[in-house]
Design a protein around this ligand. Structure first.
Ligand code: ASP
Length: 456
């Protein structure tokens, strides 16, 4: 059995180191930005030769294993589920959970943006200034939006014609489908023929999880580097004019996590939310610093299996799907942004239109790629649908990275909650199976009203 992700090994526990890395990187970046300036030679030098290389190496290590990991875990997951009817049942339950939680979070966002109307607070003149400043960025995103075919073709392409090309393009849905087919076929051929392949996939799975553990040793430095890159170059001047918009997004995300997800964890999963969040700290820090659900997937799988004790065939099935389809944070962000921009441009959306916005942001969140800014091209499509100028995206691009970090964190919290819920309702896991790990629950157990003797 591999060691827990973020548990106490020698000295300071890994999750504390990762949080320290986040903090140190953020503080140094803010200092560099405010004391020297984002474009100062020293800031640029540190970013180019220290922070960025360390951050990128950490990211590359994670991306390196995403494809083999998705392939091995999905095919093993399907083979482990046994018969195809079971796969169908677990699959529809999983997608149902994704859709319901994504719709719930979008609704929270839409209500908040409607009540607080942040678009009405954008200072005079700021709109034109932002539109001009980020026009170039917006144009390139609009180009991507125009070429990305989202519709029936997206659905057809899930049945990949060339799994190798899907792997090269990091097309997770294609690889997931290929893994599903391999896993299904494994259950249909004679057991003695399937056994060596299952053993091989098992070994591959173990190997990639081992690589995740190695990569996570670099995480404290990687996250520091990535965060330094964001905070040292960030345009803090934008925080004020866009403050109420940012606050609405962040408040919505917090409400979704603190209320909706916590209630699900407490009542539907039967686990203490504090213990749950304590256990998935490494995933949270990875998502926050990488802004990518795909890059966080390896960490998520290791965390689900080792820190939560979720059976590999469930985690290996639900999490890869979740990394590209379950985006609670993204749908909320998209909903708020569509309404915010409609307010900025003085367009009034009726209640009926808001419901269509809700449906569209859920669909596009499911369709968005789990990479930094993956939802922006699809969001542009939604803006156009409601007659909001596509260039309007320029208004929020300057603060998108901060929002991306936050929404990606909520996306992966949704993925992890889905895994525990599916495992629980499939009758293959309960909170009693959460392994006892020194150093992971210490701080949360004391605060928690649920006795921790049920754990272990
Ligand atoms: N960065 C997000 C993710 O990977 C996608 C997005 O909302 O842009 O989950």
């Amino acid at each position: 059995m591999s060691e827990p992700i973020g548990g106490k090994s020698k000295g300071i526990p890994l999750h504390t180191k990762i949080l320290l890395g986040l903090l140190v990187g953020a503080i140094l970046g803010i200092l560099a930005n405010t004391q020297l300036g984002g474009e100062h030679a020293v800031t640029l030098f540190v970013e180019k030769y220290i922070a960025n290389p360390v951050g990128q190496i950490f990211l590359n290590l994670l991306f390196m294993i995403v494809i083999p990991l998705v392939f091995a875990s999905i095919s093993l997951g399907v083979a482990g589920l046994g018969d195809l009817r079971k796969v169908g049942r677990v699959g529809s339950k999983t997608i149902g959970y994704f859709l319901v939680t994504t719709a719930l979070s979008a609704t929270v966002g839409l209500i908040l943006v409607r009540v607080f109307e942040p678009g009405a607070h954008l200072p005079e003149g700021m709109r034109a200034e932002l539109l001009a400043a980020y026009a170039g960025d917006a144009a390139s995103k609009m180009q991507v939006a125009a070429t990305s075919t989202f519709g029936i073709q997206t659905l057809i392409n899930v049945v990949t014609r060339n799994p190798v090309k899907s792997a090269v393009d990091l097309d997770l849905l294609g690889i997931i489908f290929f893994g599903l087919m391999v896993g299904a076929a494994l259950t249909m051929i004679p057991k003695e023929k399937a056994a060596p392949m299952i053993a091989w996939l098992d070994a591959l799975n173990e190997i990639v999880i081992k690589i995740v553990e190695i990569a996570m040793k670099l995480a404290p430095y990687g996250v520091a580097g990535l965060i330094f890159g964001v905070t040292s170059r960030f345009g803090y001047a934008l925080l004020k004019p866009l403050g109420s918009y940012i606050l609405v997004v962040i408040a919505g995300l917090l409400i979704h996590v603190v209320i909706t997800i916590s209630l699900i964890i407490r009542f539907a999963v039967g686990m203490s939310p504090l213990q749950f969040f304590g256990r998935i700290r490494a995933s949270i820090a990875t998502a926050f610093s990488t802004s990518s659900s795909s890059a966080t997937l390896p960490t998520n799988l290791a965390v689900a299996e080792q820190n939560l004790g979720v059976p590999p065939h469930i985690a290996g099935f639900v999490l890869p799907l979740g990394s590209t389809m379950c985006m609670n944070g993204t749908s909320l962000f998209e909903g708020v942004t569509v309404l915010f921009l409609s307010q900025v441009f003085g367009l009034h959306l009726s209640l009926g239109q808001m419901i269509v916005v809700m449906v569209m942001v859920v669909i596009t969140a499911v369709g968005a790629a789990g990479v930094p800014g993956g939802s922006i091209p699809l969001l542009i499509g939604v803006l156009v649908m409601f007659g909001i100028p596509a260039e309007g995206i320029a208004i929020i691009l300057g603060v998108d990275r901060i929002l991306d970090m936050s929404r990606t964190t909520v996306n992966i919290i949704g993925d992890m909650s889905a895994t525990t819920w599916i495992a629980k309702t499939e009758g293959v896991w309960t909170v009693a199976q959460v392994p006892e790990i020194e150093g992971l629950d210490a701080s949360t157990a004391a605060l928690d009203e649920t006795p921790v003797e049920s754990v272990g």
